[in-house]
Ligand binder design. Structure first.
Ligand code: BG6
Length: 762
């Protein structure tokens, strides 16, 4: 029986052995076990008889977070609302191929008379718990079944059972502003959250839907993926608060942390007849973030200690897959059907195709091959196949770096900052003395941030139609960085699946501190607000020259993106999002009527209608000019202007995947994209490893074996060549800058010398 109803709770059992328990009181999930390991905390003192909210599990906060404030209608409701203290009904249970699901319901008829009086709305809540082998989804749907609109907050107030609160990290909220309810102030989150005392923080409008609780001192952790939920609360009562709670043990704060996903920063207004839903997916996290103290030392010992006594000649002992008829690691060398798992593909890629020399030249930022501080002190972070991160690696020579890459065979690697000392030596100094000093200014643009406006694909998928968003982003950012900031050495790189990275390598860019990076990002930021917010662009009537230049690019691409490839004005569900941006219900209604009456109307014509109706409204009501005049322009910005992942840019020590990695999911090389050709870039065109193997075979079969001197690198025999040569041209520009700087420094030294000679002769 996948879902059994035992007295006062439902028990879900998955064939894999995973299980969950949900009390009907509050529909409070009190247990989630994977591989027999409990993940959810419930206090030993929790009261389970339905006389008080359960202290632990996942109590459901609804319709108010904390205590409501007068004059709002929720002011008199109990703390966190009534959903967690009402008796729910088990509505349904089902057992599909991979999941076991139970559905619970609560409506106005099931809450107490008193609460019904305090909150006189007709509502219905459906709470779905979906258990899979190693994940669990908890989803809340809110329906307004009455005839008046109501406001609500909600929160999946999850208490996680953890090994030790002082050694967990909550990752994924860096860069978000939060209200610190303990200090009663607003703070900007820098980096990961660590717990050192009472924590009660409300993070509004989080930037990423993924939050991780990492058990730093032990392997693993838990991953939360938020859907339709924008805020996260992090809570640990610590000593004093714990002592004041009758249903919580004095020492239990060590074993728990609440990371609560929901909508609490602002009320959601749900119109009569309307519905809303939000959910979280919890999963076991295999990742170990190795970066500090004991855990890191351990990982280095396990993974790396033996690496540096490796004999260099080992590199030469690689089987040669290019001899016809041989098979290396499952990659056949002589047929067309070159296959093999990604592990094997990466092994071949690092040994044969990775362009080590130009890559080293880039990281070295020097004109001599001697490793400079830029190379020696650069953080490299390896991500292994099992998703273990090995942070703060650094190398003395290119050979060391190369050997490690081949030995570890990483799924990918990231570049971090260049520090004042070698990252590997950081435990020789106090944490405060380990300082990031430079790094390229970077931008990260991810197609998933366009999910609310793109219609052709979603999530990790991309196609040439939505790729045009990336083209616009590249053009706009590149022009701003060159024209407004004077940067010259800009490298655009395909992320291998659904995004692009920009690396600005001018010395001036590398030296920027966090404040300056933030200033550049806010200069570039136009799209603001979470998914709930309709109008996300607020620009002055007269555009800054930089935005006027961006607008030229937008003008060029808007029709093809919005009218053609994304068909935003074709279907009501999409055009409604555009209408919602117009702050005038009358104009919205007129356009809706016009478009519904003529379904065949061309999108370009609809766009003209929109401009005409707005123009007409302004001419009839001159008072609306300021509000409406620039709405068409702002819609164009909202639908095409780049969406930036700002935390990647604003923190000097943030990691970013290196160019020339292979994306482990697509198998494609993360190649540079020449900005002049960005319009023609097709994300499905960069080579995959099997393709490189085939090309190499073909080359060798058709070219006689050269003598040692004229021997080519393997990448030179494949389609990777064009990309690497473009990268080399980028490096040439950089070398010129470095050479020029050295010449100037020499001259300054000479002048200085002459001056001091003059002085001594006087
Ligand atoms: C958190 C709040 O969500 O819940 C805290 O931010 C509060 O302020 C905590 O103390 C627990 O609330 P309660 O009502 O279950 O004690």
């Amino acid at each position: 029986m996948p879902v059994s109803h035992q007295n006062n709770k439902a028990v879900l059992t998955h064939p894999s052995g995973a299980s969950a328990e949900v009390y009907l009181y509050g529909a409070t999930l009190t247990s989630w076990k994977v591989a027999n390991k409990e993940r959810i905390f419930v206090s030993e003192k929790a009261i389970l008889d339905g006389s008080k909210a359960i202290r632990g599990g996942i109590p459901l906060v609804f319709p108010v977070f904390g205590k409501g404030k007068a004059p709002h209608v929720t002011a008199a409701l109990p703390q966190h609302g009534f959903a967690r203290i009402s008796l729910w009904k088990l509505l349904n249970s089902s057992d599909e191929t991979n999941t076991v699901t139970a559905e619970f319901g609560l409506d106005h008829s099931l809450i107490s008379e008193e609460n019904r009086k305090l909150w006189p709305f007709d509502f219905s809540l459906v709470y779905t718990v979906k258990l899979a082998a190693d994940t669990i989804e908890t989803k809340l749907r809110v329906h307004n079944v009455g005839d008046k609109s109501f406001d609500f907050n909600t929160l999946l107030h999850t208490y996680f059972l953890i090994p030790d609160a002082s050694s967990v990290k909550v990752i994924g909220l860096s860069g978000v502003d939060y209200v610190d309810k303990v200090l009663q102030t607003t703070v900007h989150q820098e980096g990961d959250i660590v717990i050192k005392g009472e924590v009660d923080s409300v993070y509004a409008n989080v930037k990423s839907p993924d939050v991780q609780i990492s058990y730093v001192a032990e392997q693993g952790g838990v991953q939360l993926h938020l859907k339709g939920l924008n805020d996260v609360v992090v809570w640990n009562p610590w000593v004093a608060k714990a002592a004041g709670m009758a249903d919580f043990g004095n020492e239990e704060f060590h074993k728990m942390i609440c990371v609560e996903a929901g909508q609490v920063a602002e009320f959601i207004a749900l119109a009569a007849g309307g519905s809303w839903e939000g959910s979280q997916v919890l999963s076991e996290s295999q990742r170990t973030v190795v970066e500090a103290g004991q855990a890191e030392g351990q990982a280095e010992k396990d993974d790396l200690d033996h690496l540096f006594d490796m004999d260099d000649s080992e590199l030469l002992k690689v089987d040669n897959p290019w001899v016809a008829g041989t098979t290396v690691g499952g990659l056949s060398s002589n047929g067309d059907d070159i296959v093999g798992d990604i592990h094997q593909q990466l092994m071949l890629y690092y040994r044969h195709f990775f362009p080590f020399k130009p890559f080293f030249q880039w990281l070295n930022y020097d004109i001599t091959p001697k490793p400079s501080k830029s190379f020696l002190n650069r953080e490299i972070c390896w991500t292994l196949m099992d998703e273990t991160f090995i942070r703060f690696q650094s190398y003395r020579t290119l050979e060391e770096f190369k050997n490690d890459m081949i030995r570890l065979n990483p799924a990918k690697f990231d570049l971090g900052a260049i520090y004042n000392i070698r990252p590997k030596d950081r435990h020789k100094v106090s944490p405060a003395a380990f300082i990031p000093v430079s790094k390229e200014m970077v931008f990260d643009i991810d197609m998933t941030d366009y999910d609310e406006i793109r219609t052709c694909c979603s999530g990790a998928d991309v196609c040439t139609r939505c790729w045009e968003f990336m083209t616009v982003a590249m053009k706009i950012i590149d022009a701003a960085m060159r024209d407004d900031f004077g940067f010259k050495h800009i490298l655009w790189v395909y992320s291998g699946r659904r995004g692009i990275h920009c690396w600005i390598a001018d010395e001036r860019a590398r030296q920027l501190n966090n404040e300056q990076r933030k200033a550049i990002v806010s200069y570039m930021e136009v799209i603001k607000g979470g998914t709930q917010q309709g109008k996300k662009v607020k620009l002055p009537s007269t555009l800054h020259p930089s935005l006027s230049r961006s607008f030229e690019t937008i003008n060029k691409h808007f029709p093809s993106i919005v009218f053609d490839s994304q068909e935003i004005l074709t279907e009501p569900e999409n055009w409604e999002k555009i209408l919602a941006i117009i702050p005038d219900e009358g104009v919205q209604a007129q356009l809706r009527e016009e478009w519904e009456d003529s379904p065949g109307r061309a999108p370009a014509q609809k766009w003209e209608d929109l401009k005409d109706y707005i123009g007409k409204e302004i001419s009839e009501h001159s008072g609306k000019k300021q509000l409406l005049e620039h709405i068409p322009r702002d819609i164009m910005f909202q639908y095409t202007y780049p969406r930036l992942d700002d935390k990647v840019s604003t923190n000097i020590n943030h990691l970013l995947k290196s160019p020339f990695c292979v994306h482990p999911k697509t198998g494609r090389v993360c190649v540079p994209i020449p900005i002049e050709e960005c319009e023609n870039f097709d994300p499905s065109s960069p080579p995959t490893v099997p393709q490189l193997v085939r090309e190499l075979n073909e080359y060798d079969a058709t070219h006689p074996a050269p003598d040692e001197e004229s021997k080519l690198q393997d990448w030179q025999k494949t389609s990777l060549r064009g990309y690497v040569e473009y990268f080399e041209r980028f490096l040439k520009g950089l070398s010129r800058e470095i050479r020029e700087k050295k010449r100037q420094e020499r001259e300054e030294d000479k002048d200085e010398e002459n001056r001091s000679i003059c002085c001594t002769h006087k």
